[in-house]
Design a protein around this ligand. Structure first.
Ligand code: NAD
Length: 262
């Protein structure tokens, strides 16, 4: 599974849904960034094949901040060199065309914004920043990596000496901006899910909310997901290929002004 080309009928059906939607949103997961060289958690090359998910829990961070930061420092080396790929760029283009109104992401890599997406909700925070767990002061991640590389592990706050934590949501912590994301989902009549296993809650409720309100669900993933059964269209191929073809089809449909509704 995985390397097969995208099914043309699935792409057409998805394009048709998006072109005819009044308010469509995207929901993205780690799989949209694997083609940028950032490993996902649960995909075939995922991080959980090498590490235990316990390392990304708030309890582990509080009990073993040094080991946590050594793991995180390794993850950040891919993050800082990663560039947005075709899928991020196509989504940004769909937003600028008015086809997609917002991107709700589980990702912490900042690649949607780097590709030009403007309306982005980061449910799991961002790796581009760290905050002091004692006083809340924020630090850009390059300042934090310099502290680690000069031997300060875990990195500490200049202000109060507290331990710094990435501004990401670890397992066991509440997600950010969930109310805003839920409101957007409730008013949406279509959601384009790209590269999420749809196993991490509450984030995975977003496509369920859209479905519950009578909207359409499109899922792009190389592998089956937990919520394939709610999808109106399952596009089983790589995010870069699928998004590029979807964008081309939508541009073509808009030029012809002929949209097929069902
Ligand atoms: P996940 O790791 O659970 O699932 C990723 C999914 O993407 C899998 O179903 C896999 O089959 C699919 N996939 C991988 N590469 C793909 C490709 N090229 N094209 C299409 N599909 C592809 O990821 P998740 O659902 O986002 O949830 C995991 C958690 O991991 C999230 O909380 C997220 O915050 C975090 N995470 C984020 C990043 C990042 O910011 N880039 C990276 C790793 C993990």
């Amino acid at each position: 599974m995985g390397e097969a080309g995208c099914d043309v009928r699935d792409i057409e059906e998805a394009a048709n849904i998006l072109v005819n939607a009044r308010h469509a949103i995207a929901f993205t997961g780690a799989g949209i960034s694997t083609e940028s060289g950032i490993p996902d958690f649960r995909g075939p090359q995922g991080l959980w094949k090498q590490y235990s998910p316990e390392i990304a829990t708030i309890d582990y961070f509080l009990q073993h901040p040094k080991e946590f930061w050594l793991f995180y420092r390794m993850r950040m080396s891919t993050l800082f060199t990663a560039k947005p790929n075709r899928a991020h760029r196509a989504l940004a283009e769909l937003e600028s065309m008015g086809v997609i109104k917002a991107v709700i992401t589980q990702n912490v890599d900042g690649l949607h914004q780097a590709a030009g997406s403007k309306n982005v909700i980061e449910l799991h925070g961002t790796m581009r920043r760290a905050v002091c767990i004692a006083c809340g002061r924020a630090y850009p991640m390059d300042v934090v990596t310099r502290k680690i590389d000069s031997g300060q592990v875990p990195p500490l706050c200049d202000e109060c000496g507290g331990v710094l934590k990435p501004d990401t949501v670890l397992f066991g912590e509440p997600v950010k901006d969930f109310d805003r994301a839920r409101e957007l989902a409730m008013i949406s009549d279509a959601v384009l899910v790209v590269g999420s296993s749809l196993t991490v809650y509450p984030a995975a409720y977003i496509p369920l909310f859209v479905k519950e309100m009578g909207g359409k669900v499109i899922i792009i993933n190389m592998e089956p997901t937990e919520l394939d059964y709610i999808a109106d269209v399952n596009i089983r191929c790589k995010a870069g290929d699928a998004m590029e073809k979807l964008l081309e089809k939508i541009i073509e449909m808009r030029k012809q002004g002929t949209t097929v509704t069902q």
